[in-house]
Design a protein around this ligand. Structure first.
Ligand code: MN
Length: 263
């Protein structure tokens, strides 16, 4: 079948000719992939496990393949609204309208603030400062929090950053900013570089895990453990999110890509 409309033809040509770059925002999945640890008495998800079935050998002369075991929330992954109690009547991952998996990305840089204070959480003031520079965040878009945390992915000590107080000290989003993005900007969801969408200390917030609480409660989405956000412009790239269609699933590992127009 040939491409019928001019728009898609132009898109395809631009990708083939590298006028549009396709940026991979996913971290590699392996047995070293960090996994979120919820405090007691929560059950925790296991990590990614790989088991080779055959590799052109006695169990399969012609065939290389593996089984893997992984939680829904392992590595770069998608949080479906049903993941949180506030969204218990909202969509599971197989019910998500796929139209919502494509949207403009707004990338808010909090790297300096997170460097000064690993517990730093995005504020409404940060969003307003971003908007005064780049324009108001539109509905049907993704907001990505560029904390720089993906740099620590190989070093679990730094990635979890557990303090002497036993808390993980990693950046996130304030309750007020979550409410603002949901109610005032009607975005699709928020994406982060850390192990989960909320700050490391967010279990101590009121309500606990505000990003989960407000976004998923409003039938919106989360993306965790993104990387390569430094390759995206602050506005104007297009995110494509492809979670697995797990029946009644609460989330899924995901290969997020961004389409970025080159100058
Ligand atoms: Mn999750």
């Amino acid at each position: 079948m040939t491409v019928k409309t001019g728009i898609l033809k132009e898109l395809l040509n631009s990708i083939v000719k590298d006028h549009i770059e396709v940026v991979d925002l996913a971290q590699v999945l392996n047995e070293n992939t960090p996994v979120i640890q919820l405090p007691e008495p929560n059950a925790n998800t296991g990590g990614f496990k790989f088991k080779q079935l055959s590799k052109y050998n006695e169990t399969g002369q012609d065939c290389y393949w593996n089984d893997f075991v992984a939680g829904e929330h392992v590595g770069t992954h998608f949080d479906a609204p049903i993941h949180w109690v506030t969204g218990k009547d909202n969509d599971s991952v197989d019910q998500i309208p796929m139209k919502n998996m494509i949207g403009e990305a707004y990338v808010i840089d909090i790297r300096e603030k997170a460097k000064q204070n690993p517990d730093y959480c995005l504020t409404v003031e940060d969003i307003r400062a971003f908007e005064s520079q780049y324009g108001q965040i539109k509905s049907h878009s993704w907001v990505l929090i560029h904390s720089g945390w993906s740099e620590h992915i190989q070093d679990h000590k730094q990635f979890y950053n557990i303090g002497e107080d036993g808390w993980s000290h990693t950046p996130g989003i304030t309750k007020e900013a979550a409410i603002f993005l949901v109610e005032e900007r009607d975005i699709l969801g928020a994406g982060v570089e850390t192990v989960g969408t909320d700050a490391g200390m967010a279990a101590s917030f009121d309500p606990p895990l505000p990003c989960h609480h407000y976004f998923l409660g409003a039938n919106k989405y989360g993306l965790a453990q993104l990387t390569n956000l430094d390759k995206l412009p602050p506005t104007g790239s297009v995110l494509v999110v492809n979670p697995l269609k797990i029946e009644n699933g609460s989330g899924s590992p995901v290969r997020v890509i961004a389409l970025v127009e080159k100058n």
